[in-house]
Write a protein that binds this ligand. Structure first.
Ligand code: ZN
Length: 444
C-alpha cells in the first residue's frame, strides 16, 4: 500500500507538469446534508454518466455496498453512513478500478465525483484515466488527474465534491474513463471511500439538472457567534425535531463552550464543527461518539426526553472535546485508560451539568465494593471526591495529560501527595461515613 501511495505522488507531479491545464477543485462540507458546494457543481441527473455502462475492472465490492448503479442513478445517500446508497470496495482491500463506458466518444467538459461518510471513508483518493480503446489495452489509458481530498490533521468526515475540468473547456474527446481508486487509510480495514455519485458532463451536453437532495431534517446551531457549529440531524427521527430545537439546542449553545473551557490543553483547539445524529435503528444503545460525530439512539432518547437524554448528550460532548482518539496518531503515546475517559465525561455530566440530580451518588449497598477505576459514574464520584478533598484542578490536569498521550499514575502522587490506590482507599472510607445527602440534600 505504501508503495502504491508513493507511486501516486510521483504520478501527480508528472501529471501536473504534462497536463497543466487540468484543474481539480475539491470541496468538503462536514455539516451539510445536501451536496451543495461553492465551486463544485451540484450532482446532476442528466449527465453523460447516467446512461453509461459502469464496470468493475479490478477490486471487489464490499458485501454491504450498493451496486455500481448507485454511482450514476441520480440518487444521493440520505445519511452520512448509508452503505447501500453508496459504492465502496471491500473492507481491508486496497481499492480497485471502475471503468465508465460512455457508449461513444464525447468531448468531456467535467468529471465530478461525490462521496459522503462520517469518518475515513469520506475523502477521495483516485487517479482518473481516459481512453478511446477498451480497458484490455492498458497502454492506451492516459492519465487525466490525480485526486486526494484527505484533510490534513483534521477529522475526515463529511461530504466531498471533486470537479475535474480543463482550462480549454474540454478534457478531451474520450469514450472510456477509468477511476483507479485507493483507500484513504490502511490503519484499519475501513478506509475505502463511500462514493455516492459520479457525473460526466459532455462539452455540448444539456444544462445540468441538479439531483434533488433527499429531504433532511437538520438544524444548524451556532455557539459563541459561530465559533462552534452543530448540526442536529433528526432525519431518521422526525418526532424528535421539536425537542432538539427547544431543549437540546440551548444546551449545546451553553455547554459545549463551557466544556471546552473546562478541558483545555497546551496548543489544543477543540473541534468547531460537531454533528449530532439521531439514529432510528440504534436499539439497545444510548449514545456514542466517534471523532466529531455524536450518535444518539432515537428509541432511547424518545423514552428519556424528560429525564436523562440531555445529560447523556452532554457526556458525549465531553468525548468530542476530549478527542483522545488523536493519541493513536502520536508516536509513543500512552493509550487513554477507558475509566479515565468515561470518568471525566460522567464527572462533567453529573457534578457540573446536572448536580441537582445526584445521579453519581453511590448507594449504601455498593459503597463497600466500588473501585475508583470502575469507570462512568463511580469514577466520576471518585474524581469529585479528589477535586473537593485535594485538588480542585485534578480533572483539568488529568484530561490534559491523557489527551497528550502521557497518562501516568505518577500524576496522582504529584497532584495530591498520594498514590491513586491510597486515594481510592481513602475515598471508600469516606463513602462509608453517612454523607450529608443521606440527611436530606439542600440541592445545588
Ligand atoms: Zn462515554
Amino acid at each position: 500500500m505504501i508503495q502504491r501511495l508513493r507511486l501516486s505522488v510521483a504520478a501527480l507531479l508528472w501529471a501536473s507538469a504534462a497536463f497543466a491545464a487540468v484543474q481539480v477543485v475539491n470541496e468538503r462540507n462536514d455539516l451539510t446534508t445536501d451536496f451543495r458546494f461553492k465551486l463544485v457543481p451540484a450532482p446532476a441527473r442528466n449527465d453523460a454518466a447516467a446512461q453509461a455502462v459502469f464496470t468493475l475492472i479490478a477490486g471487489q465490492k464490499d458485501a454491504n455496498s450498493g451496486g455500481l448503479d448507485t454511482l450514476h442513478d441520480g440518487q444521493l445517500p440520505r445519511t452520512e453512513d448509508a452503505p447501500r446508497e453508496n459504492f465502496f470496495f471491500a473492507a481491508g482491500t486496497a481499492g480497485g478500478q471502475v471503468q465508465i463506458d460512455l457508449g461513444r466518444v464525447l468531448a468531456i467538459k467535467q468529471v465530478n465525483t461525490y462521496s459522503w461518510h462520517n469518518g475515513d471513508r469520506g475523502p477521495q483518493v483516485y487517479t482518473l484515466y481516459a481512453s478511446n480503446t477498451q480497458a484490455a489495452a492498458p497502454d492506451h489509458w492516459k492519465q487525466i488527474a490525480h485526486v486526494d481530498t484527505r484533510p490534513k490533521g483534521d477529522e475526515p468526515g463529511g461530504q466531498y465534491g471533486v470537479s475535474i475540468s480543463d482550462s480549454t473547456g474540454s478534457l478531451g474527446p474520450y469514450r472510456y474513463l477509468l477511476l483507479d481508486i485507493a483507500p484513504t487509510e490502511t490503519n484499519d480495514p475501513f478506509g475505502n471511500t463511500f462514493f455516492s455519485e459520479i457525473d460526466v458532463l459532455a462539452h455540448n451536453g444539456p444544462a445540468p439538472d441538479a439531483v434533488a437532495t433527499p429531504p433532511a431534517r437538520a438544524e444548524m446551531v451556532e455557539a459563541e457567534g459561530g465559533t462552534f457549529r452543530f448540526l442536529i440531524d433528526t432525519t431518521e427521527a422526525p418526532d424528535l425535531t421539536d425537542w432538539a430545537h427547544t431543549e437540546l439546542a440551548p444546551v449545546l449553545r451553553e455547554w459545549y463552550p463551557r466544556i471546552v473551557k473546562l478541558l483545555p490543553g497546551e496548543g489544543y483547539e477543540a473541534p468547531r464543527n460537531v454533528r449530532i445524529f439521531f439514529g432510528a435503528d440504534m436499539t439497545g444503545l444510548v449514545a456514542g461518539t466517534s471523532g466529531t460525530r455524536v450518535y444518539c439512539a432515537a428509541p432511547w432518547c424518545r423514552q428519556n426526553l424528560k429525564g436523562e437524554a440531555k445529560g447523556a448528550i452532554v457526556h458525549e460532548l465531553v468525548h468530542v472535546v476530549q478527542q483522545y482518539g488523536r493519541t493513536r496518531r502520536k508516536p509513543n503515546a500512552t493509550p487513554p485508560p477507558g475509566w479515565v475517559t468515561e470518568g471525566i465525561a460522567d464527572y462533567i455530566r453529573w457534578f457540573i451539568f446536572e448536580p441537582q440530580t445526584h445521579g453519581a451518588e453511590i448507594g449504601a449497598r455498593d459503597r463497600a465494593r466500588v473501585r475508583y477505576d470502575a469507570s462512568y459514574r463511580i469514577t466520576a464520584n471518585f474524581l469529585n471526591w479528589v477535586a473537593t478533598t485535594y485538588d480542585p484542578l485534578i480533572v483539568k490536569h488529568l484530561n490534559a495529560v491523557t489527551r497528550a498521550g502521557r497518562y501516568d499514575e505518577a500524576l496522582w502522587q504529584q497532584r495530591t501527595g498520594h498514590t491513586v490506590q491510597e486515594l481510592g482507599d481513602e475515598w471508600k472510607a469516606a463513602l462509608a461515613k453517612p454523607p450529608r445527602s443521606d440527611q436530606g440534600h439542600a440541592g445545588g
